[in-house]
Ligand binder design. Structure first.
Ligand code: FES
Ligand code: MG
Length: 570
């Protein structure tokens, strides 16, 4: 069977000589004779601590590739460390996807093993794989082990938010807060809550791009290396069978991913990422599909940020397959996986070992666990909320807006004793959408004013055109589209306006008569804070980024080019 890489390596001419000669460095003599060339797209980086161990994972993949007769080729790709990169790793998700796609296409490779973990790394790898459509299998790097502080488990992210609010409320000392720091990150691996990393690893498996049963294996667990070896072997098989991402990533698999998002109580960021991945494949996935398919799926995994347990507990309790087995009837049976078998077949042996962590269908954590999509005069193109992370008493709420024009404005006035705010207020933060604050950072879960915290208030309704960390919680309405910087009505809200939230009715309204709103000018102070880059990636980004309701990809990256081989270089 001819290989894509034959275009480089086969033949006796000068160009084939050049391509082979420079690659001979120690590979077997038979390396260029019909053996699949398998790239290992590796997001390992010391500056992405969640992925720092992927070098070891790559070594196991290499063994698997060799064992199956392929040639492994490690390809370091753009890595994004969620906690380190400013202003937000999301600013470069599309760049990472573009760079990975381009390097896979430009090089003599026949298939790829994708190594990811930290929040944006799996989405960028899947977007790249979809657009280049080379045979691909993804290995999620796995969550870290549970850390403990004073005998109690600590969930990454979630407890940082919680403990810092305790300090501000005066119920935890600054000293104890700092002491907890070294207990938070117990081992290699990504965040151990059901944040964005754990969510995207799980959804990648349900989408069919991961060997079933392997997403969620804790990073230090030996079984991760065993499954990495298997992924290396599988990549060679995928090339031989010409099974590509476009065979696996279908309307049916996205349907199943949305069901999974509800059942595991996954991150709101998954909405943006799934829309972007689907956009690469030309799959007609819309924001409304999340509500239609997923919003009424029962939440079965009792995990932080909204629940009690952590990823290590989920793995012990039976893992993702055990959760999905409970909602099997909601899945589209047609969806395939990298194994060539249908996704649901992999659920046959699923068993639940701990009914506290994975609840039975009849007694879920919540009847409706998915993402709700809101529309109305404040969000004509939509906004999302994760009801599972919200306060039940605020899901239907009417309150007066307290508007902040930027994150700096919020920080400057948050603790002002004269800030006119109470438990019924609706905090509004604008200028945080894809264009206004490129990358739409995770600032939507605004900290509460100290005077509310001191009064015992732990949640108020918050509205923002930015995102929220998957490890955060609260009655937070996110991804408001269009964003204020793109002319959305959010730019015209004034402090004191009434805002009405009706999650069961899926409405988010600004109670200002349409005629009056039309007369109003968008806030000039908000506009003054919008990004105005004059060069570089950021300029390209704001000129081409799409709104959150379609995935915040760049307009010219939507779709796929496939794995066509370009013209000769010499
Ligand atoms: Fe990397 Fe949370 S910071 S997954
Ligand atoms: Mg995050």
């Amino acid at each position: 069977m001819p290989l894509r890489s034959d275009a480089w390596y086969s033949g006796e001419d000068r160009n084939a000589y050049i391509h082979r000669a420079w690659m001979r460095r120690g590979v077997p003599g038979s390396a260029f004779e019909g053996r699949p060339q398998i790239a290992i797209a590796n997001t390992a980086s010391d500056l992405t601590p969640c992925n720092a161990h992927l070098g070891e994972v790559a070594a196991s993949v290499r063994n698997g590739v060799y064992e199956a007769g392929g040639i492994p080729l490690e390809l370091p790709v753009v890595s994004l460390g969620e906690t380190q990169v400013r202003p937000t790793a999301m600013l470069w998700r599309n760049m990472a996807a573009m760079a990975t796609e381009e390097m896979l296409r430009a090089n003599p490779v026949d298939g790829v093993v994708l190594l990811g973990g930290c929040d944006k790394t799996i989405p960028s790898l899947l977007m790249a794989a979809a657009s280049v459509d080379l045979p691909a299998v993804l290995v999620p790097g796995g969550p870290m082990l549970t850390g403990t502080f004073r005998g109690a488990p600590l969930g990454c992210g979630t407890h940082v938010w919680r403990l810092s609010e305790e300090v501000r409320a005066g119920t935890l000392s600054q000293e104890d807060f700092v002491t907890s720091e070294s207990a938070t990150i117990r081992s290699r691996g990504h965040c151990n809550t059901m944040g964005t990393a754990s969510t995207m690893a799980a959804l990648a498996e349900v989408l069919g791009t991961v060997i079933p049963g392997t997403a969620g294996i804790p990073a230090p667990d030996s079984r991760l290396l065993e499954s990495s070896h298997a992924a290396g072997r599988l990549a060679v098989e995928l090339v031989r069978e010409e099974r590509r991402p476009s065979d696996v990533l279908t309307t049916a698999s996205f349907h199943n991913a949305i069901v999974a998002l509800g059942a595991i109580g996954g991150s709101t960021n998954a909405v943006v990422h799934l829309l972007a991945i689907a956009g690469r494949l030309g799959i007609d996935l819309t924001l409304d599909d999340f509500d239609r398919i997923g919003s009424r799926v029962p939440l079965l995994a009792d995990l932080l940020p909204s629940g009690r347990f952590l990823m290590e507990d989920l793995h012990r309790a039976g893992g993702l397959a055990a959760v999905m087995g409970e909602v099997r009837d909601l899945l589209d049976p047609a969806a395939l996986t990298v194994t060539g078998r249908r996704y649901i077949e992999h659920l046959d042996d699923a068993a639940v070992w701990d009914r506290e962590v994975i609840r039975p269908r009849a007694a879920p954590v919540l009847e409706e666990g998915g993402i709700a999509v809101l529309r109305g005069s404040l969000a004509p193109q939509g906004a999302v909320i994760k009801p599972a992370a919200a306060s039940p008493h605020l899901l239907q709420h009417r309150g007066r807006a307290v508007v902040f024009d930027s994150i700096e404005d919020l920080h400057a006035r948050l603790d002002d004793p004269d800030l006119d705010i109470d438990a019924d207020s609706v905090m509004v933060l604008r200028g945080c959408g894809p264009q206004g604050y490129p990358g739409m950072p995770e600032v939507a879960n605004m900290p509460l004013p100290t005077k509310l915290l001191e009064a015992g208030v732990r949640d108020v309704v918050r509205v923002c055109d930015g995102r929220m960390s998957g490890t955060a919680y609260g009655t937070v309405i996110l991804h408001v589209a269009p964003e204020s910087a793109a002319g959305g009505p959010l730019a015209k809200v004034r402090t004191g306006d009434w805002i009405e939230l009706d999650v069961p009715g899926r409405r988010l309204s600004l109670d200002v008569p349409a005629a009056e709103l039309a007369e109003r000018e968008p806030s000039a102070t908000a506009a003054a804070a919008y990004a105005a880059p004059t060069r570089g990636w950021e300029k390209l980004y704001i000129e081409h980024v799409l709104q959150a309701d379609t995935g915040a990809d760049l307009d010219f990256l939507v779709g796929a080019t496939g794995d066509r081989v370009a013209r000769e270089s010499h």
